[in-house]
Design a protein around this ligand. Structure first.
Ligand code: PGA
Length: 258
């Protein structure tokens, strides 16, 4: 069985002291659960260092919300993978729909970043997801396949085995409108098939596929109990230790009953 992985995407929220306070709150709230579940928090870039020190020696991992694909140089405003590794990050969220749709990131941009993050020894969390109009037009699986293939182009099976995929239907992000477990599982199972046909069955069995989009303590268990849902990428509900802990606890409970 794949070890569940719950990551909190704090997006562009909180100030420095609130970030440190949330990190230590999360570390103490989920401390007993990290034996069964991988947990990470992804604060804004400027607060990564504050959060790293607030996490102390807790098993909660640290992730960034973006990275640039070049190693160093004249790239004003960007952050390299080396810098993120230096500050203690283990994960980098890439291709989040807000970056694709608001900041104009293409599959090609995401692909360069995925290569750079893997080359830097960190774990990419690669996001894919369809817009509401694409779902309504019956294009969901085609959109997911195009993002999957474009974002992972040129990677070896060994590379792909190291990464995490997050399926986040855009219409479910921050809207309170969660995908039903069946809707989510359909796409997760399709992603699993894509991993198998594009790489091999070991890769398909190993890669964790998170669901994201209005995950809360009240809906986490039914989503996470789907066979191909291996964790969650949590936005709004990751901003409070209690609600984030509720999601991690649901994952821990399922892991222990399997
Ligand atoms: P949400 O965000 O949980 O607030 O819907 C999820 C995400 O965008 O990663």
């Amino acid at each position: 069985m794949r070890r569940p992985f719950i990551a909190g995407n704090w997006k562009m929220n909180l100030n420095q002291s609130e970030s440190a306070e949330l990190a230590s709150g999360v570390a103490s709230a989920v401390g007993d659960l990290t034996g069964a579940v991988d947990v990470a928090v992804c604060p804004p870039t400027v607060y990564l260092a504050a959060v790293r020190s607030a996490l102390g020696d807790s098993a909660v991992g640290l992730g960034a919300q973006n990275a640039y694909h070049e190693e160093s140089g004249a790239f004003t405003g960007e952050t390299s993978v080396g810098m993120l590794a230096d500050i203690g990050c283990q994960y980098v969220i890439l291709g989040h729909s807000e970056r694709r749709n608001i900041l104009g990131e293409s599959n090609e941009d995401v692909n360069k970043k995925v290569h750079a993050v893997l080359a830097g020894g960190l774990i990419p969390i690669v996001c894919v997801g369809e817009l509401l109009e694409q779902r309504e037009a019956g294009q969901t699986l085609a959109v997911i396949k195009e993002q999957f293939q474009g974002s992972l182009a040129g990677l070896t099976a060994d590379d792909v085995a190291k990464l995490v995929i997050a399926y986040e239907p855009v219409w479910a992000i921050g809207t309170g409108k969660v995908a039903t477990p069946e809707q989510a599982e359909e796409v997760h199972a399709d992603l699993r098939r894509l991993l198998e046909t594009s790489y091999n069955s070991d890769v398909a069995a190993a890669v964790r596929i998170q669901y994201g989009g209005s995950v809360k303590p009240t809906n986490a268990a039914e989503l996470l109990s789907q066979p191909n849902i291996d964790g969650a990428l949590v936005g709004g509900a990751s901003l409070k230790p209690d609600s984030f802990q509720g999601i991690v606890a649901a994952a821990a409970e399922l892991a222990s009953s399997n």
